[in-house]
Design a protein around this ligand. Structure first.
Ligand SMILES: *Cc1c(COP(=O)(O)O)cnc(C)c1O
Length: 404
């Protein structure tokens, strides 16, 4: 493909080829245009960039290390493996890179109230954190089932002063939480900014979130050039909506020698309603503001999904990934629940790092790829978050017993 094309996407209407765009009710068109205009002004305003970079350094803890995983490398016996340590960010995942960018934008627009959706709760926690930090009112929508599954994060959000609204509609998970957040936004447009948590939704969210997350790839590129004096051969990241993956991949798109693999949730295997691998059974459709690959039935009804990791458990994927998939610039595969759990344990035992179950999907693919590559090759895996939130669930799955 002509990678320079990818660099210039999306177009002015937010299209990545046939994907993306802005499919929203009339009442949301104006606020989205306003957000787009303000975002592009901020992006070219050195003062905004200085402020963002100040908080990313002083509050979030960037840059995150690019860590050579020596024992994992030795164990797998192939390519040299580096981990981009997004798990070391304040609040424990990459989500805060975007939440910080968007709250500075909200402040610039004079907004006084923040809303967000959350699945596993990581984006809700990141949003509640930056809202507390700047003294803005904060409401988080979360599926009732996810509230049960991720109680720790519900408590964290409440402690940070956010109101958490459990959503009882439908499957009671992320998709319904997004619907409620959009409904709130339509009703309270004037003073409210909606901090969407991934590279998804109506234009300008996919491009804006990608640009707030590209700090991951920009840093990784500089770090690997410093450590190895050359570019990596392969990048691997898990793909929910797609923000941590596009954040790592984007600054390398124009380097043809760098291969990239996005890893979706294979759940219990590729049968309807047992997984969330949109590139393995999805088809073209529109969901929650954008056009992309979607898991749907013959009537366009959204299918149920399953994954051991709530953060990857969504029926659609960000439009830029759909474009990169069709252009064959990025390969998309999946890891099953079992592969992810095995990778989770392996990283804990070999490297002393307990990864988020989402990130464990990327590690699982690294376990497949590294032995196939020579010792002179280099892989960078995006470790999108830490596993504290998943410890109870993983202990239950692998049958850990309390010492008597
Ligand atoms: C939310 C989350 C993901 C999935 O979201 P993306 O937008 O695809 O990055 C992955 N890893 C962690 C740790 C998360 O919290």
């Amino acid at each position: 493909m002509n990678t320079a094309v990818a660099e210039n996407l999306p177009d002015a209407q937010g299209h990545f080829g046939p994907y993306g765009g802005r499919y929203v009710p009339e009442t949301l068109m104006h606020p989205l245009q306003e957000l787009e205009a303000e975002y592009f002004r901020a992006q070219h305003d050195p003062e905004f960039q200085r402020e963002l970079s100040y908080y990313l350094t002083e509050f979030v803890g960037r840059p995150t290390p690019l860590y050579f995983a020596e024992r994992l490398t030795k164990d797998l016996g192939g390519a040299k493996i580096y981990l981009k340590r997004e798990d070391l960010n304040h609040t424990g995942a990459h989500k805060i890179n975007n939440a910080m960018g968007q709250i500075l934008l909200a402040k610039r627009m004079g907004k006084t109230r923040i809303i967000a959706e959350t699945g596993a709760g990581q984006h809700g926690v990141a949003t509640a954190t930056v809202a507390a930090m700047f003294g803005l009112k904060c409401v988080i929508y979360m599926g009732a089932v996810d509230c049960e599954r991720q109680m720790l994060n519900v408590y964290r959000m409440k402690m940070l002063g956010a109101e958490v609204v459990p959503v009882h509609a439908g499957q009671k998970t992320l998709k319904e939480a997004v619907n409620e957040a959009m409904r709130d936004w339509v009703t309270n447009i004037r003073g409210t900014h909606y901090i969407l948590g991934t590279a998804y939704g109506a234009h300008p969210y996919p491009v804006m979130v990608r640009n707030f997350q590209r700090v991951i790839g920009d840093e990784a590129r500089a770090q690997i050039l410093e450590k190895e004096k050359r570019l990596p051969d392969l990048l691997i990241a898990c793909v929910g909506g797609g923000s941590n993956a596009i954040g790592l991949f984007y600054p390398f798109l124009d380097d043809p020698s760098v291969r990239m693999i996005g890893v979706e949730a294979g759940g219990l295997g590729i049968q309807p309603e047992q997984h969330a691998a949109r590139f393995h059974g999805g088809s073209l459709g529109v969901l929650q503001g954008t056009r992309s690959y979607i898991l749907q039935d013959d009537f366009g009804q959204i299918q149920l999904t399953h994954s051991v990791s709530a953060g990857l458990d969504y029926a659609a994927v960000g439009p830029e990934h759909a474009f990169l998939h069709d252009a064959k610039r990025v390969a998309y595969t999946y890891a099953t629940d079992d592969q992810a759990l095995e990778a989770f344990m392996k990283l804990a035992r070999l490297e002393g790092i307990i990864p988020a179950l989402e990130s464990a999907h990327a590690i699982a693919e690294c376990i497949v790829q590294a032995p196939k590559l020579g010792k002179d090759k280099i892989i960078i895996v995006n470790l999108s978050g830490r596993g504290d939130k998943d410890v109870a669930q993983a202990a239950d799955k692998i049958g850990l017993q309390m010492p008597k």
